[in-house]
Design a protein around this ligand. Structure first.
Ligand code: ZN
Length: 475
């Protein structure tokens, strides 16, 4: 029997505001424990939360970028539960009346574009953090993170494969980073994802029993965990068993999910409207102002790159997946206006280099200006494409500009016809057997001769001239 997975994702994105959602404490990371706290975020009696307007701005930007309908009036609610990292005994979130609903984003998957619905986006505060002392039987709590603003983005169960889930998540992350509202770092927890997954016989309407997956802290883990879970559920159903509704934890060391808690332990949070916070009213002027201030988003940039620079869809998609990478590309072509050549060098050599050094584009040892100048040297015929690769590696190692490396290492291309003539003559006289074979019709040997000439000239001979001269002399 063929099964179809049904997946929905819940993403928590930490907003990059300077201060917390309901008080003036700093959100900066890495401070000594409990130094970014005040009576409000510590939940002292008698204090009142005051909503940070920037949090609303950022959430609305996300809502607009994901085609959501914005609620003119939304409410904060208390989500009640006890845990030592939650000093108030409740988390302020939004429940019945979230700020945004009914959106969507389009993601690129193998067989084309797929529209994934966004059920809702709401604002909430983060909890604190527990630390466990490995040497003593104690736990410590740090409230610095308490009250740091989050948005939760809930997708519709529109996702049908692990790959699609990965594509959706990458696209969502690219949007928050373009908007500048979240740094989108899964590993550091500023962009977290839980997944709901069930499977059903292909063609069936009714949804199967779902499980919830947690601890998915990298794109790779999300896809692997979903694949594992889909396989696990399939096996149970094929053996005539039943799926238990439960929360399961991804165990990246053993590549499997394990049961964390069952439905009978599921929380009933007893949400109710927070009496300390007024309904949040948003008028048209506010929305218009934010709409006008939105940056060019990944989809728009992708389209522009394809139309204006005539780039293939693959190139445009990759270059615009990251705002900084797109900026790098544009800085490069402003000085060397050959988009496809620039794109090839960025996607091949540059991203390869950054990958190997585990660096981001903003940490690139080669500036866009220097890459543009290197490509200009090839274009002018000063160096060959092959030598350019050597110069590129040297640029990465030393940070020196291309011109200086070419001068210091004597890498200027040989375009002097007489000089190439001499080398060609030498190669021909050294390889009489190959010359004979070539003349008898084995013209494939041209490559062999070109290789020999290049070796003699240490790759510096202009390949076009080498080809011309060789053909002339061999025929
Ligand atoms: Zn505070």
């Amino acid at each position: 029997m063929e099964f179809e997975p049904v997946i929905g994702l819940e993403v928590h994105a930490q907003l990059k505001t300077k201060t917390k959602i309901f008080c003036g404490c700093s959100t900066s990371f890495g401070a000594p424990p409990n130094t970014h706290t005040c009576p409000v975020c510590l939940g002292m009696p008698g204090v009142l939360p005051v909503l940070n307007k920037k949090v609303v701005d950022y959430t609305l930007r996300m809502a607009l970028a994901t085609n959501c309908e914005i609620a003119r009036e939304s409410r904060f609610a208390r989500k009640n539960y006890f845990y030592p990292d939650l000093p108030k005994g409740y988390q302020i979130s939004q429940y019945e009346l979230p700020i945004a609903e009914h959106g969507f984003i389009d993601v690129e998957v193998d067989d084309g574009q797929q529209r994934i619905g966004i059920t809702r986006i709401h604002m909430e505060e983060d909890a604190g953090k527990l630390g466990h002392d490995p040497d003593r039987p104690v736990s410590m709590v740090d409230f610095n993170r308490t009250g740091v603003p989050l948005i939760e983005i809930v997708s519709e169960p529109d996702i049908r494969s692990a790959r699609e889930a990965g594509a959706y998540l990458r696209h969502l992350r690219s949007i928050v980073r373009y908007l500048g509202i979240c740094d989108g770092n899964l590993e550091e927890g500023s962009f977290r994802c839980d997944a709901n997954v069930s499977i059903r016989p292909k063609g069936a309407e009714k949804l199967g029993t779902r499980t919830e997956l947690k601890n998915l802290n990298s794109f790779k883990h999300v896809e692997k965990a979903l694949l594992y879970e889909i396989g696990r559920q399939r096996e149970i159903l094929l053996e005539g068993g039943q799926i238990v509704q439960e929360t399961r934890l991804w165990d990246p060391d053993n590549n499997k999910t394990t049961s964390m808690r069952g439905k009978e332990e599921a929380h009933d949070y007893r949400y109710f409207p927070d009496p300390d916070l007024l309904p949040l009213v948003i008028d048209d002027k506010w929305i218009r102002r934010l709409k006008n201030s939105l940056p060019e988003l990944p989809d728009q940039k992708n389209k522009r790159f394809m139309e204006k620079f005539d780039l293939p869809s693959y190139d445009a998609g990759l270059l615009t997946s990251d705002r900084e990478l797109a900026d790098y590309f544009e800085a490069c072509i402003s000085q060397f206006p050959r988009p496809k050549q620039v794109s090839n060098w960025i996607m091949g050599s540059l991203l390869g280099l950054l990958n190997a050094q585990d660096k981001t584009i903003t940490e690139s040892p080669i500036s866009p200006q220097n890459l543009a100048r290197l490509l200009a040297l090839i274009e002018e015929g000063t160096i060959s494409g092959k030598i350019a690769k050597t110069v590129f590696d040297e640029m990465a190692r030393t940070g020196k500009p291309a011109k200086q490396i070419v001068a210091e290492k004597g890498l200027v291309q040989i375009t002097d016809t007489d000089a190439i003539d001499d080398v060609v003559a030498k190669v021909i006289s050294k390889n009489p057997k190959e010359v004979e074979a070539y003349k008898n019709g084995k013209t494939k040997l041209l490559g062999f001769f070109v290789g020999q000439v290049m070796r003699e000239t240490k790759g510096k001979a202009n390949p076009k001239l080498v080809n011309e001269i060789l053909k002339r002399k061999l025929e």
